[in-house]
Design a protein around this ligand. Structure first.
Ligand SMILES: [Zn+2]
Length: 243
């Protein structure tokens, strides 16, 4: 039998997606990028919209729909199966402005997975909290991760106003507000999220970013030439820059 190099690869997704029957699917199949995707990368319109470029790339190379929580992970795998594990990166030292190059082994990037034991929950401690009409202040919020159907439901709101879209998404995903009974919380809808101070809203966003199952792109870089070291984040768009 003739040897055929593999073009398609299966991956277990960090988050996965839930179908209409409530079953979670965590398997995704990616194929290597071809000339079709090279054309996407070269498309001037897409190059100015990183989010849309990623959507188009994944839509083209994936066998099935995935949750947006898995995008970074899939992008990383797509890069690896197409171009290999080594990525040459350029960093600019924020202290002295020197440029330095590094070779990154993409296999070494840690992936935060959903642990067994059901879907992950994200708990946030608020500083200002939410005050009800009796003056009681609630300072803890627990969220579940957004899934595909949440994102579809809020898509039109997000298009009109990203901030209101975020309120609607967080309200859908909120599982608890302190010890408030759930019927009261649900009746409040998006009001709770909209009433939060900007500081608390930033706290929620930061906690989501830190605890979402995903590829960890944060890196501790030490610059050989100047000895400065600091944390930086790998730029996903550099994964596919045309050589
Ligand atoms: Zn430096």
């Amino acid at each position: 039998m003739e040897h055929r190099p593999a073009r398609e690869f299966d991956f277990e997704l960090p988050v996965g997606y839930m179908d209409d029957d409530g079953r979670v699917h965590r398997l995704a199949t990616l194929r290597k990028m071809t000339g079709h995707e090279e054309a996407l990368l070269a498309d001037r319109k897409l190059r100015h919209n990183g989010g849309m470029l990623v959507t188009e790339l994944l839509a083209s190379c994936l066998r099935q729909l995935v949750s947006s929580a898995d995008r970074n992970y899939l992008l990383l795998q797509l890069r690896k199966i197409t171009f290999g594990n080594e990525l040459e990166t350029t960093y600019v030292c924020p202290v002295c402005g020197e440029t330095s190059h590094a070779l990154q082994d993409l296999d070494e990037l840690p992936v935060r997975n959903v642990n067994g034991g059901g879907p992950p929950k994200i708990a946030v401690e608020l500083e200002d909290g939410w005050e009800d009409k009796d003056g009681e202040i609630y300072t803890t919020m627990v969220f579940r991760l957004p899934i595909g159907t949440d994102e579809e439901k809020i898509a039109s709101i997000i298009r009109d106003n990203p901030s209101r879209g975020m309120n609607a998404l967080l309200a859908r995903c909120m599982l608890a507000l302190g010890d408030m009974p759930s019927h009261r919380r649900e009746a409040l809808g998006t009001k709770v999220i909209g009433d939060l101070t900007m500081g608390d809203r930033a706290r929620i966003e930061k906690t989501f970013r830190r605890e979402m199952p995903d590829v960890d792109l944060t890196q501790e870089i030490e610059y050989a030439h100047c000895g400065h070291s600091f944390q930086t984040s790998l730029d996903l768009t550099s994964f596919f820059s045309l050589q």
